[in-house]
Design a protein around this ligand. Structure first.
Ligand SMILES: Nc1ncnc2c1ncn2[C@@H]1O[C@H](COP(=O)(O)OP(=O)(O)O)[C@@H](O)[C@H]1O
Ligand code: SF4
Ligand SMILES: [Mg+2]
Length: 373
């Protein structure tokens, strides 16, 4: 696998310099209707998949979006790339409101925002050659790079660490990791400004994951492309994302720069997620080992989420106020600039703060300590 290829120089940031807001989501909401009833099917409720989230991705930065399965990460990615129509809120791309833009209004955005999907098997057409797959976006958008599309595809194959001679091969001739590289090459074909990568390594063998993450990191840094990197745990985004947002049941519950999230988290749920990341567990010299927090119970249904704080049914710190008042996502006392937390009774800003009151899932506890008969 070629890892040390020379990449083209980063392009000038289209948003007017690195660090400018590229994509802004304000109060972004997606409620899916739930149909029921007989003989006439009516809307009987809504899945509150994404419920009023605010996010800003700056040009050239890698922004991590983390949370358990079902919390609304993919829906957020699909709203931002406008594959889904939002129920509410706003999406601004380079300051332009694209919330409800139609075909024509979306044309420039379609090439500048690309997606990389979780499953490298189903996301590539098995009947097309690699050359055809990677040049597809150029064809659709009528783009003819200097030297022709084939030359560009061969360059892209080289950039992602594949052999340019494999231009005429089919997806089934490649391993999972190589297929995900093909997906990356396809996403790069139109020189995007933002890539939404939805769990791009979750389907790969652990040994391959690091290689693909390294490739994405290289692409992000050397080509200056902004990333919204979606992952279900904090381990994968740790080395990749400069800023991280944690989602729970359709809401962003904590957001901040990497250091704030990994070493000074305030939200109990962030603590729980971090306790599952072995790298973050402290040694005795650093203040003691942390036990793994196992959250009690299941994630509640997004059709009928808990009142007030949505995490309260699994939170060891919940009090009456948590049921009656939605905690706003704000900079709370002790947080650094840009670090926002949605909690009425936050943890101290240290990772040692957790340790004792470990909430054991009764089912897991039973499995670990089987009854002696
Ligand atoms: N098209 C859809 N119709 C109805 N419900 C959906 C649809 N897509 C996702 N959902 C629901 O929305 C919630 C969030 O899903 P998703 O965004 O895929 O979460 P994640 O990517 O974090 O696992 C889930 O409860 C899921 O079942
Ligand atoms: S607001 Fe209350 S229930 Fe929610 S995380 Fe904070 S302490 Fe727990
Ligand atoms: Mg998903």
């Amino acid at each position: 696998m070629k890892e040390d290829l020379v990449l083209p120089a980063p392009r000038e940031s289209a948003a007017g310099g690195p660090g400018e807001p590229l994509l802004v989501a304000e109060g972004l909401t997606k409620h899916f209707p739930v149909k029921g009833g007989f003989p006439i099917r009516r809307t009987v409720g809504h899945v509150q998949a994404v419920d009023g989230i605010d996010l800003t991705v700056h040009s050239g930065e890698s922004f991590g979006l983390v949370g358990e399965s079902g919390c609304g990460k993919s829906t957020t990615g699909r709203l931002i790339t406008r594959l889904l129509e939002p129920t509410g809120g706003k999406i601004l791309y380079k300051g332009q409101d694209i919330t409800h833009a139609k075909r024509k209004g979306l044309a420039p955005i379609r090439s500048e925002i690309q997606m990389i999907f979780q499953d490298p098997y189903s996301s590539l057409n098995p009947r097309q050659t690699v050359g055809k797959i990677i040049s597809g976006p150029m064809e659709i958008n009528g783009i003819d790079p200097a030297g022709g599309r084939e030359k560009r595809v061969r360059e892209l194959l080289e950039i992602v660490g594949l052999n340019p001679e494999h231009y005429n091969r089919f997806p089934h001739e490649f391993s999972g990791g190589q297929r995900q590289r093909i997906g990356v090459a396809r996403a790069l074909a139109l020189e995007p400004k933002l890539i939404v990568a939805d769990e791009p390594v979750s389907a790969l063998d652990v040994s391959i994951q690091a290689q693909v993450v390294n490739l994405l990191q290289k692409v992000q840094k050397e080509l200056g492309i902004a990333f919204l990197f979606i992952a279900h745990d904090l381990a994968v985004v740790r080395h990749f994302s400069q800023r991280v947002a944690v989602m729970y049941l359709g809401k962003v519950i904590e957001v901040g720069d990497r250091d704030s999230i990994y070493t000074r988290p305030r939200h109990p749920y962030t603590h729980a997620l971090l306790s599952a990341v072995p790298e973050v567990t402290l040694t005795d010299e650093e203040g003691g080992t942390r036990e793994r927090i196992r959250l009690a119970g299941d994630v509640p249904s997004p059709i009928n989420p808990p009142s007030g704080c949505r995490f309260r049914t699994r939170c060891w710190k919940a009090q009456d106020k948590c049921a009656s008042e939605v905690p706003p996502l704000v900079r709370i006392d002790g947080n650094r600039d840009g670090h926002l937390t949605a909690c009425h009774f936050p943890e101290e800003p240290t990772i040692e703060a957790r340790g004792q009151d470990v909430v054991m899932d009764p089912a897991l506890a039973a499995l670990e300590k089987p009854d002696k008969d």
